[in-house]
Design a protein around this ligand. Structure first.
Ligand code: T68
Length: 766
């Protein structure tokens, strides 16, 4: 297997662009050929899963293919002769910018697992012309620039266009040409994910092709359908969702007929997986097609639907639970689609009334699909899906006990949990070949990485001093690579003997990068007050993007950059404290980061992070988690216990109990050191001010409670947990032992386990 070669990954990302010209078009063509032959050779059996998702973030395709090629594949020899390294490959093509964060990355991890396990699995998504954005850190703030991941002609080297599979999707136009339909052609290309052992899974990326519309109509909105993910225009966003939903359902139906099977057999051939609610319109679209084109009654169509769909929920944040205004749907979507939706609403209301489970009127109202002029996409998905799952134990429990409680009482057997996981071949094997080799010495089989349960074999050895020393050396090498990377990218010097405390993820208030920043300010003050302040020298490393229109999150990025400036240039403190932010954190840049952390910072407000997956990427590389009991941190904690994780903060039930009565001001008033750091946000000490962040912490934005995410309430607990980190870090053997123990216990977080669970619990393929 390719990842056992001792790769000079040290070159990753510190190369100059001219080095990459070594990866010529001929070499790229070789990779295309490999993808092509895997696509042709791969015909997995059984029910085919179509995973419809607005996001997919596979990362650079050459690297993905290369990592899974068999060791004796001739391409290895070709590359060797051409002197091409992993580093060259990682940089030779671009990350398809088809996603935003965890949701997109999870899609790719599931897909790579399915390709490896030869499960028939296809991702269906839109092909966004400009990726969400490329992040620049300029003048102390995030600046968004277009992510031109495709060539100028709109193509991507590793896509395989399939214009013959194009589908037409219709819309109503409510302007000048009232009531007239327009047709948009959705044209797919396939991007191939190669699995270990030569399996293959495709992503259909749909682009807008031709448009048929009455003469003189303004086509601007229609042309923008594949412009950008989560487009800032609700009409176009609804069109995006309908386009991907319709094209996907049409394809499944067409394939069913092509195989000579009646539409009743759709559920035998396919499982349509709705990844978050964005593709929920697949449900009425199926009903519409079965009625209008296949002469099924509503009841017959519904009977097919309820065996076909499954739904995964990825968030409990109210603002992310999608609802559409009924008037907007009426204005944009075809009348027959809207009628199908209303019929589904009627059927499901009837079912609620007839249910033997006692539901009060209030429960029922919470469960209606259409209510108060709004269409609730989650309710639509739950009614139609035969399986509904959350992505970590706590998240699923919150769904069942509160957010979706009436649904859970009504249909408990629908619900299950499948805890997220990550691709070990990518995030361990490919990203960290030195550690992979070290672990491999204890494994019985060459391809142990495809059998994550094997990693427990490391457990009996974690006390061995030579192994601890080896691990420490390997890890020091990874820290050197990250330090180089940051120096090269940002011009910031981080001494390698510092503790690397890393928080990389989207910037969002619930993820509480602000808590980390306040703590850094607290440390700054302690060192300023007392130059002998006793601490482990620590580098706080951040990475991640904020949505362009999310003002507060962008303010937090500005704060991180202000801290960089304040601290790194101050000789009083920079011997003990450094701050650095990685620019444009994406899949390729992520690899050197996940492999080099000593401490993985996972500090979301308990109950808010559905799962998180960065936590697992750090864990498998030996980073110890400093975190709250939230998302999949719970499962990490269950696996490693108190000794393997630095747990702090309020628990979910405590947060719930404090809602409505929490007064952040009392924490501010009673704790002078906390008051001091909060005041620093606006008193000029940072050379710039952050009034909105202070206001959020003490007063609350837009009529919301102050400090919605309990930053001040958890502050002291975070300080204490950091002290525990230092205590442990000062005992290097113990630290190394714990890292090794966590690695040995990380097997359950491999996507291979997750995929098997989806296969048996959700996709009903076995
Ligand atoms: C993420 N969800 C979760 N949603 O936040 C993360 N949703 O905890 C989890 O690990 C990951 O999913 C994979 O399960 C998202 O990324 C969205 O981005 C989103 C965006 C708009 C609307 C709804």
């Amino acid at each position: 297997m390719a990842f056992f070669t001792s790769a000079p990954i040290i070159q990753l990302e510190v190369k100059t662009m001219s080095d990459n010209f070594k990866v010529t078009n001929e070499i790229k063509e070789e990779f295309r050929n490999v993808m092509c032959s895997c696509m042709e050779g791969s015909q997995p059996q059984g029910r085919h899963v179509i995973y419809t998702s607005m996001e997919s973030l596979p990362g650079a395709m050459i690297a993905n293919t290369h990592m899974n090629l068999d060791e004796d594949h001739p391409l290895h020899q070709v590359l060797k002769e051409a002197g091409i390294t992993y580093g060259d490959l990682a940089l030779a093509d671009k990350d398809p910018a088809l996603g935003n964060g965890g949701l997109g990355r999870l899609t790719a991890c599931i897909q790579e697992g399915c390709a490896t396990q030869k499960i028939p699995f296809t991702v269906s998504t839109l092909c966004y012309r400009s990726g969400l954005f490329c992040q620049k850190l300029e003048n102390g703030m995030q600046v968004e620039t277009p992510d031109n991941w495709r060539s100028e002609d709109g193509t991507y080297f590793f896509e395989f266009p399939a214009p013959e599979k194009a589908k037409w999707v219709s819309f109503i136009h409510d302007g000048v040409h009232d009531g007239q339909y327009v047709w948009v052609e959705m044209v797919p290309s396939a991007i191939a994910q190669i699995g270990a052992g030569g399996g293959c899974s495709l992503t259909w990326v749909w682009k807008v092709g031709k448009i048929h519309a009455p003469y003189g109509m303004d086509l601007t909105n229609l042309k923008r359908i594949d412009e950008v993910l989560y487009i800032n225009d609700r009409d176009i966003r609804l069109m995006q969702e309908y386009c991907v939903s319709s094209a996907t359902v049409q394809t499944a139906v067409e394939e069913c007929l092509r195989q000579g099977r009646p539409v009743e057999d759709l559920p035998k051939l396919f499982c349509l997986h709705i990844n978050d609610t964005h593709a929920g319109l697949m449900i009425p679209e199926l009903i519409r097609i079965l009625r209008d084109e296949h002469h099924k009654t509503l009841e017959e169509a519904w009977a097919i639907a309820v065996e076909l769909f499954v739904y995964t929920n990825h968030t409990v944040l109210p603002e992310a639970l999608e609802e559409w205004e009924q008037w907007r749907m009426n204005n944009i979507l075809p009348a027959r689609l809207v009628i199908a939706l209303q019929d589904v609403d009627r059927i499901t209301r009837g079912q609620l009334d007839a249910s033997p489970v006692s539901l009060c009127q209030q429960d029922k109202e919470r469960m209606y699909i259409i209510h108060d002029g709004r269409v609730r996409m989650a309710n639509l998905c739950i009614h139609a899906a035969y399986s509904v799952n959350g992505v970590a134990k706590l998240h699923t429990q919150i769904l069942c006990d509160s957010l979706l409680a009436p649904f859970y009482r009504y249909a408990p057997r629908k619900f299950c949990n499948v805890t997220n996981a990550v691709g070990f071949r990518k995030f361990l094997g490919y990203s960290n070949p030195e550690l992979t080799k070290l672990i491999g010495a204890f494994m019985d089989r060459e391809d142990w990485i495809n059998h994550p349960e094997d990693m427990a074999k490391l457990l009996p050895h974690v006390e061995e001093p030579w192994l601890q020393a080896q691990f420490t050396a390997v890890h020091a090498g990874r820290k050197a690579i990250l330090a180089d990377f940051i120096r090269h990218q940002r011009g910031i010097y981080i001494p390698e003997y510092f503790l690397f405390q890393v928080q990389v993820k989207r910037f969002h208030m619930y993820k509480r990068q602000l808590l980390n920043c306040l703590y850094i300010l607290w440390l700054y003050r302690r060192i300023k007050e007392n130059k002998n302040f006793d601490m482990v020298p620590t580098a706080f490393i951040f990475g991640g993007k904020s949505a362009a229109d999310y003002f507060q999150a962008k303010e937090v990025i500005r704060l991180v950059l202000a801290l960089e400036k304040l601290i790194n240039n101050d000789p009083d403190v920079n011997g003990k404290l450094r701050v650095a932010m990685v620019e444009n954190f994406n899949v390729t840049n992520a690899m050197p980061v996940y492999t080099a952390a000593d401490v993985s910072v996972q500090i979301s407000t308990a109950g808010k992070e559905a799962s998180g997956t960065g936590n697992m990427k750090f864990m498998v590389n030996g980073g110890l988690t400093l975190g709250t009991l939230d998302g999949a941190n719970v499962e990490i904690y269950e696996a490693v216990g108190d000794e393997g994780m630095f747990l702090f903060g309020l628990k979910e039930h405590q947060i719930s109990a404090m809602k409505g009565i929490y007064r952040s001001r009392s924490f501010y008033e009673q704790d002078s050191q906390l008051r001091e750091v909060v005041d620093m946000l606006t008193d000029g000490s940072l050379m710039t001010t952050f009034p909105a962040l202070r206001h959020e912490l003490l007063d609350g934005e837009y009529g919301k409670a102050a400090d919605e995410f309990f930053v001040l309430a958890d502050f002291r607990s975070y300080v204490d947990a950091n002290r525990r980190v230092w205590e442990r870090y000062r005992k290097p053997e113990e630290w190394a032992k714990q890292c090794l123990r966590n690695i040995a216990l990380s097997g359950e977080f491999s996507s291979d386990r997750m995929v098997r669970e989806y296969e048996s619990k959700v996709w009903n393929r076995q």
